[in-house]
Design a protein around this ligand. Structure first.
Ligand code: FAD
Length: 398
């Protein structure tokens, strides 16, 4: 019998875990047929998206080559951007790294093309933390401002150059602002500036932080952020980032050297033309076993899919933590489907335990676990260790 081809589109946190889970579950053969694995991604390696803010504060490489992974043995890696899925003909169309159009047959297909970072309208100024290049540009801008500040004699202008606004206070805004406060202070000291003149403002359109958990956890996070040198402004949105200041929704002008947008994720817009069934928000429609509706042999998980727990109707969030659990289950689902057995059904992670980790710079972490109304908060070095472990696990480095 012919080999079966399993194609995984997207080698982000979830695609990578799916590859490993399916490979380990199948162990090379299913129903007497050998399985060939192909991972196709538009990038040359795995991008550690959860660490996107890192190149905005330091010079960290967040791209890992596929060959780094031991389970990559025997897997074919193709650099290409998938443009459409023909589920009737069981093939995908893609543009390779040289811009050539090509097709690839599949028997099993996992769509894990994820999300992109939401951008403000182009005329609103500032810079959005969208990709590693934008992150590097952000770093260049605040460092250039601090160099200017070192030569500035007007105290008000110096203070402005040493200030930065982060618009959007979800977890990525919190992590970005805390790491910025730490690194900007270090850089200020090395330039002979007073590090306590650094101001990092985190602007939240909400009345509190951390809407994912209880109010008191949000308050504790605010307290820890303030110890890190981040001032959170609530119920305020940035309307416009102009030269020298941001215009706020309450009419005030906040003088800052730069404005960074961290306003969340949206499902990958490339899905709109891929030919798969989508929700109005643009996520792939799947059943409780991640099978794409009306497309035999096609599964979709991670940020790009709308995944709902059939028991409580709760949809998973766009989080690597949730996507990785989906991927582990997908391995078992694919094997069960190949063998014609009943497959495991999705169960939301939060029905087991609510768990969030936040990094606030070297040796400073914030971890919250919640169950039955009980809250567990870990901060400081231990919180940081757990945070780092979660980042590494998300990218399969441990
Ligand atoms: C700054 C930041 C911090 C975050 N922090 C956390 C956190 O602390 N905890 C948490 O759980 N989550 C966090 N998230 C969310 C987390 O990053 C996402 O949930 C996770 O990346 C989803 O993984 P994914 O594999 O589904 O999608 P992605 O990571 O988006 O990966 C999609 C992959 O598909 C590839 N791709 C896209 N389109 C195509 C195409 N047409 N053809 C081929 N390949 C394609 C991409 O190159 C990419 O490799 C954070 C996100 C950001 C931006």
């Amino acid at each position: 019998m012919n080999d079966l081809t399993c194609v995984i589109i997207g080698g982000g946190h979830v695609g990578l875990h799916s590859l490993k889970a399916i490979k380990e579950e199948i162990r090379g053969m299913a129903n007497g047929r050998r399985i060939r694995f192909v991972l196709i991604d538009k990038q040359p390696g795995h991008m550690r998206k959860m660490l996107l803010f890192r190149p905005a504060v330091g010079q960290e490489e967040i791209m890992i080559p596929w060959t780094h992974y031991s389970f990559s043995e025997g897997v074919e890696f193709v650099q290409g951007k998938v443009t459409s899925v023909d589920s009737g003909g069981k093939q995908i169309q893609y543009e390779d790294a040289q811009g050539n159009h090509a097709r690839m047959q599949y028997d099993l297909l996992v769509v894990a093309v994820g999300s992109i970072v939401r951008q403000p309208e182009p005329d609103r100024g500032g810079i959005a933390l969208t990709d590693p290049q934008a992150a590097a540009d952000i770093r260049e801008r605040w460092r250039a401002n601090l160099r200017k500040a070192a030569g500035e004699t007007n105290p008000e202008e110096r203070k402005r150059l040493m200030s930065i606004a982060v618009a959007g206070a979800g977890i990525s805004g919190v992590e970005t602002s805390a790491e910025l406060a730490l690194e900007m202070r270090k850089e200020a000291s090395s330039l002979g500036l007073n590090p306590s003149d650094i101001s990092v403002y985190l602007l939240s359109g909400q009345k509190r932080l951390f809407l994912e958990g209880p109010e008191k956890v949000g308050k504790r996070l605010d307290q820890v952020l303030s110890e890190c040198g981040v001032k959170v402004l609530y119920n305020i949105k940035v309307m416009q980032a102009e030269a020298g200041a941001v215009k706020l929704s309450n009419g005030d002008l906040l003088p800052v050297g730069e404005c960074i947008w961290t306003i969340g994720l949206i499902p990958n817009p490339a899905l709109r033309s891929m030919g798969l069934p989508l929700t109005p928000d643009g996520q792939v429609l799947v059943d409780e076993c991640y099978r794409v509706k009306g497309a035999p042999g096609v599964y979709s998980i991670g940020d790009c899919a709308r995944i709902v727990d059939p028991e409580n109707g709760k949809a998973d969030l766009m989080r690597a933590g949730e996507g990785v659990l989906q991927a582990d289950r997908l391995g078992k689902i694919v094997m069960a489907d190949l063998e014609g057995r009943p497959a495991p059904v999705h169960k939301s992670a939060s029905s087991i335990l609510d768990f969030f980790c936040i990094g606030l710079g070297e040796n400073r972490g914030f971890v919250w676990g919640g169950k039955w109304g009980l809250n567990m908060i870990i901060t400081g070095k231990l919180g940081w260790k757990i945070r780092k472990l979660a980042w590494d696990k998300g990218s399969m480095l441990r």
